[in-house]
Design a protein around this ligand. Structure first.
Ligand code: COS
Length: 390
């Protein structure tokens, strides 16, 4: 008889122990404090200060960042695991964290000088100061290279003029990574520069908070720059390299957005299963109806695919490989998936799903933006195709 072949080296899909611990800690925090606060956040349109303090205490604002700058050193995978769990809470929390970690402070962490990072990252990681990301403008959303905000050099300063809009956390952030044109003739390739801007400096005003379809507790507003002076040593990276910084940062943002989608969808699946087992119609639980079973099966299958995409993308990001195509695929797939999953969860709940008390209608409204922000899903398809055809 032939000898049994040695098992080939297998891939290890298990999370390391520290990330398992992180996951369970955040799950507990969400279940005990964040999910119960959802209705209050929705009604007051504010995150309670005590919860913000707890998030800081837990080190959430520094999760993905290097320990040398005061971060938790959890990398992109650890950050995605955390955001997956936070996706089970009101979207206000993951938006706040996302605006800060995924993109606002991330631009500085990715491309800022050591001096800038030494100076600002510790306070950002501690949650003492909040960051946001200011790229979008009224006439430059998908076409990000077309921004009009201008930065004119004046000795040791840059003078910024222009308007950024739909800036998440723009009302409360202390700092922003701001993208502005320094040489219009060069466009995206050399003409845009990233700045680390103190939003409390003279010449900067914040518009009123936008009235939105959902995402109560997470605010967006305009940031208006009128001869705002930014010291030249606050340039993030090289002058003219800002568009690249923006795109690399958005790769991170798109990946971690997918992680939140997975968590939200998982919660919706669990709620749908519980309801389907409990709700009796035609003399048996609706979970025994094939129409409901097929919805549950599709939800679970898509979540499984999405989670694996996110983890794989994060693994690649942590290896410092370019993951633009993965980030775009994750963002496109996971956001559409979450919208489908919450829609089915609501359908399974029937009329009850439409009522405020289940919290599902809130998740349904909050989910719609997922296919739009951080680059629309049409832009993600363009990026994927562009990468494929290179
Ligand atoms: N990593 C590294 N380099 C990148 C990159 C990335 N993720 N994305 C683009 N680049 C480079 C390109 O390779 C190109 O350089 P080369 O010509 O030297 O190769 C340069 O940056 C310009 O890129 P591109 O030609 O793709 O620019 P476009 O003007 O066509 O715009 C899109 C690209 C549409 C992808 C960009 O404008 C975009 O992401 N738009 C959506 C913006 C968005 O997500 N907004 C959300 C709000 S902010 S939260």
């Amino acid at each position: 008889m032939a000898a049994v072949a040695q098992a080939p080296q297998s891939l290890n899909f298990e999370l390391p122990e520290d990330l398992k611990l992180l996951k369970s800690t955040i799950r507990e925090f969400v279940e005990k404090e964040l999910w119960p606060a959802a209705a209050q956040v929705e009604d007051s349109d504010e995150i309670p200060a005590a919860i913000l303090d707890k998030m800081s205490e837990m080190g959430l604002f520094g999760l993905p960042f290097a320990e040398e700058y005061g971060g938790a050193g959890m990398g992109e995978l650890g950050y995605c695991v955390a955001l997956e769990e936070l996706g089970r809470a009101s979207a206000a929390f993951s938006n706040l964290l996302g605006a800060h970690c995924s993109i606002g402070a991330m631009a500085l962490h990715l491309d800022g000088s050591k001096e800038l990072k030494d100076r600002f990252m510790p306070q950002l990681c501690a949650g003492d100061k909040l960051a946001c990301f200011a790229l979008s403008e009224p006439n430059a959303g998908s076409d990000a290279a077309n921004i009009q905000t201008a930065a004119r050099r004046d000795g040791d300063l840059f003078v910024l003029n222009g308007v950024k809009h739909y800036i998440t956390s723009g009302d409360i952030a202390d700092f922003a990574s701001v993208f502005a044109v320094t040489d219009r003739s060069l466009g995206a390739r050399g003409g845009i520069t990233a700045f680390w801007v103190d939003l409390n400096a003279p010449g900067i005003t914040r518009g009123p908070n936008d009235k939105k379809m959902g995402l109560s507790g997470s605010h967006t507003c305009e940031l208006i720059f009128q001869d705002a002076q930014v010291p030249a040593d606050r340039v993030i990276g090289k002058i003219g390299a800002g568009f690249l910084t923006a795109m690399k940062t958005l790769d991170m943002g798109r990946l971690s957005l997918g992680a939140g989608c997975v968590g939200t969808s998982q919660l919706m699946l669990e709620k749908a299963i519980a309801h389907a087992k409990d709700r009796v119609q035609f003399g048996k639980p609706i979970a025994r109806q094939q129409a409901v079973q097929f919805m549950l099966a599709d939800m679970a299958t898509e979540i499984y695919a999405a989670r694996n995409m996110v983890y794989n993308g994060a693994w690649k990001a942590d290896r410092a490989e370019r993951f633009t195509i993965e980030a775009a695929m994750v963002k496109r797939y996971c956001s559409d998936m979450a919208i489908r999953v919450v829609d089915r969860a609501l359908q399974i709940h029937g009329g009850m799903g439409f009522m405020k008390e289940t919290g599902i209608e809130r998740v349904y409204r909050d989910a719609r933006i997922l296919a739009i922000y951080e680059g629309t899903n049409e832009i993600q398809r363009m990026i994927i195709a562009e990468e494929l055809l290179k």
